[in-house]
Design a protein around this ligand. Structure first.
Ligand code: FPP
Length: 230
């Protein structure tokens, strides 16, 4: 990477293909999600090694409630049991956890675990991992606009941006998706306005250091002009 080309600071990841990974092995879809969690940990470690400061993971969308009760409750149980259960891992790697989405739409148990995990990791000085739960890009924009209306503020590009869930984060530089699908699926709609995109074939549970190294290399080749000239 040339010195004048800024590195990848904030990466958004759409973790896709857990179900397909499980199906290939004749396992229940939930086994794919559990394996996906292991991939998430490998990816965070390599992202930190690569000096990426923020990674936002799409863990549960506002549309994912349409899945079977079994799958939804498994994912919710995964959040309650694993988010706070990984405190030693967060400490060792100095990972700060944040959450975005309509968190008030989650059970009080999940909300409680999120609050405790965010609090317990708030002084960690390494990478920030943002978990998008009950998150939808359209919903994020609507919640921002409603906050502005309630406080009698003007609706402008700047005021909407400063009320989004990710308003305190650096701009999202690149959004990547696993499992070969080429869709945004309501992820980071506003933030993606000038983001780079990357689509990669491996299913999410197969991701590890190699994929992150590939992404960092791909990003370094992109020339970003934000609508201007090079
Ligand atoms: C998409 O694959 C994946 C999800 C909807 C869930 C992602 C969640 C995790 C990896 C767990 C995160 C856990 C914590 C504690 C943060 P899919 O099921 O749509 O796969 P398919 O398209 O192959 O069916």
């Amino acid at each position: 990477m040339s010195d004048d080309r800024p590195g990848l600071k904030h990466l958004g990841i759409i973790m896709d293909g857990n179900g397909r990974w499980a199906k290939k092995r004749n396992l229940p879809r939930t086994a794919g999600h559990l394996e996906g969690l292991k991939a998430l940990k490998r990816v965070i470690i390599e992202a930190a090694n690569q000096q990426i400061k923020w990674v936002t993971f799409y863990a549960f969308s506002t549309e994912n409630w349409k899945r079977t009760e079994e799958e939804v409750s498994y994912l919710m149980r995964l959040f309650t049991s694993k988010l706070l259960g990984e405190l030693a891992f967060y400490r060792t790697h100095q990972i700060r956890i944040l959450a975005i989405g309509d968190l008030l739409g989650l059970s009080s148990e999940v909300q409680d675990v999120i609050t405790k995990t965010v609090e317990a990791t708030k002084d960690h000085e390494g990478i920030t991992a943002v978990i998008a739960i009950n998150y939808g890009g359209r919903d994020e924009i609507v919640r921002s606009v409603n906050r502005l209306i309630a406080s009698d503020n003007q609706i402008t590009v700047e005021s909407i941006a400063s009320n989004l869930d990710l308003s305190q984060a650096p701009p999202v530089d690149m959004i990547v998706r696993s499992a070969g699908e080429m869709r945004l699926s309501n992820f980071l709609l506003w933030e993606s306005a000038y983001a780079e995109f990357g689509f990669y074939e491996p299913l999410w549970p197969d991701w590890g250091a190699k994929e992150i190294q590939l992404i960092v290399g791909d990003y370094a080749k992109r020339v970003r002009t934000y609508g201007g000239l090079e």
